[in-house]
Design a protein around this ligand. Structure first.
Ligand code: DX5
Ligand code: ZN
Length: 227
């Protein structure tokens, strides 16, 4: 049964003190750190690249979940592996050969994730379930933090979970205390949250409540899928 992994998105942190922000999230109980990489081409925003990950990973011993919102994702695999990325999650919309790209990521020593934008059907990644380490179902249009959670993406999570009971399924965008249960019920176990974690009065409590929702629902889903 997949367990909850809570991954604060550093996009909501203070980039001027990024390493300190990462350590602060780990101290509040974060399992993974979600790093949003944007190239100004695949999405209309620019953030960070491999040089920043290289500097950061010298200061940290954390799982770096790199969300590659970039065109030509095959170009940056080796740089990110060298930089210390743990998981390289590319967008299915940005490549013609997802299977070969997963092989390249694995050969470079990282876990491979495949992300799906809200308007892309889940059928685009359904056949990769035994090969990818994680599937990211976006719950906002990628590019910016602080957007509204799109509940209409939950059937994609449900369909993927029914076919792949052990796959890490991540949701990203607008996740907050008021919609965590919808994501958890659909079967997501890796929870990205920027605004709702960084703005919380009680960050540790928020992370813990996300974890509880996921683990409770995963137990229920595991029973249901057994029947
Ligand atoms: C959006 C990014 C998200 C974003 C999430 O393109 O992929 O990771 O930072 O932030 P919130 O939780 O504020 O929507
Ligand atoms: Zn992201």
């Amino acid at each position: 049964m997949p367990i909850a992994k809570i991954a604060p998105s550093l996009l909501s942190g203070d980039f001027g003190i990024l390493a300190a922000e990462c350590k602060r999230m780990v101290s509040h109980g974060a399992d993974w750190l979600h790093m949003d990489v944007m190239d100004g081409h695949f999405v209309p925003n620019i953030t960070i690249g491999a040089p920043v990950i290289t500097c950061l990973s010298k200061h940290l011993n954390a799982f770096l979940d790199c969300h590659m919102m970039v065109s030509h994702p095959e170009k940056w695999v080796d740089d990110f592996a060298k930089a210390g990325a743990s998981l390289y999650c590319f967008h299915i919309e940005a490549t013609n050969d997802a299977s070969a790209l997963i092989d390249k990521i694995h050969a470079a020593g990282m876990k491979a994730g495949v992300a799906v934008k809200p308007k892309t059907p889940v059928s685009a990644v359904m056949d990769l379930g035994d090969k990818m380490d994680m599937c990211l179902i976006m719950t906002v249009e990628p590019g910016f933090g602080g957007q509204r959670f799109m509940a209409e993406c939950m059937p994609k999570v449900k369909e993927l979970r029914a076919k792949y009971p052990n796959l890490d399924i991540e949701v990203d965008g607008g996740i907050a205390p008021e919609n965590i249960d919808a994501a958890a019920k659909a079967g997501a176990n890796v929870i990205v949250a920027g605004t709702s974690i960084f703005k919380a009065d009680d960050i540790t409590g928020t992370i813990e409540s996300f974890r509880q929702s996921v683990n409770t629902e995963q137990e229920r889903i595991a029973q249901e899928l057994k029947q």
